[in-house]
Design a protein around this ligand. Sequence first.
Ligand SMILES: *Cc1c(COP(=O)(O)O)cnc(C)c1O
Length: 240
Amino acid sequence: MSIRDNIKRVEDRIADACANVQRNPADITLVAVTKQKTVPEILEAVDAGLRQLGENRVEEGMAKIPLVNDAANDKPTWHMVGHVQSRKAKHVVPQFDMVQSVDSLKLARRLSRLADEKERRLKVLLEINVSGEASKYGFAGYNWCRDSSVRDDLWREVGEIAAYPHLELAGLMTMAPYDADEAIIRRVFADLRALRDALADELKLRLPELSMGMTNDYPIAIEEGATMVRIGRAIFGERV
Ligand SMILES: *Cc1c(COP(=O)(O)O)cnc(C)c1O
């Protein structure tokens, strides 16, 4: 299967998932996660029509993004989807259009200051650890609905970040457990959506984006309200 064929298959599955819940496929943004893939492979995806690309490591992005941008006819939009160490934040702002993986107040504050220096406004999502797995980054969101201390912390942190003038807080991002039962995965996605709805309502914010769903679970994520899916392997094949 070529990258072009794979993209077609992913788009068909996105359309099927949308049909299951009466959603419009045009409301789903497909972000191709290009980590560990070469510039020629990435350009194949661009040639096939994808314009939203994601990387999870700062250095890898810095090496590849300028090459892809130079070779592509119109510049793709780049999403940072991986953990960003604070000291590397300065390299993120020039290369990336959006940071989906803002996982601490400290990183948010630093990105806002760096965006200010570059006289721009950086689009961000807040990564929320809804599943509660210790291995995952993100603001603590496990059991936010019932645990008032989790809820209080989140409301304060999200409120503070939403007020940073050089960040445009556009929504939330999460990752479901990798190999869990469908019911558990579905609950994680539903939980992120409910959290978004509650934050938007109570803090009077516009939080249109829900970035959730990867190769293993994107149809479920779409059924639960994802507006962005981040797909690597289903497009580019297994990473070695
Ligand atoms: C690698 C990665 C993806 C894509 O995962 P696949 O299983 O290859 O689709 C999505 N989001 C993040 C944050 C990633 O690191």
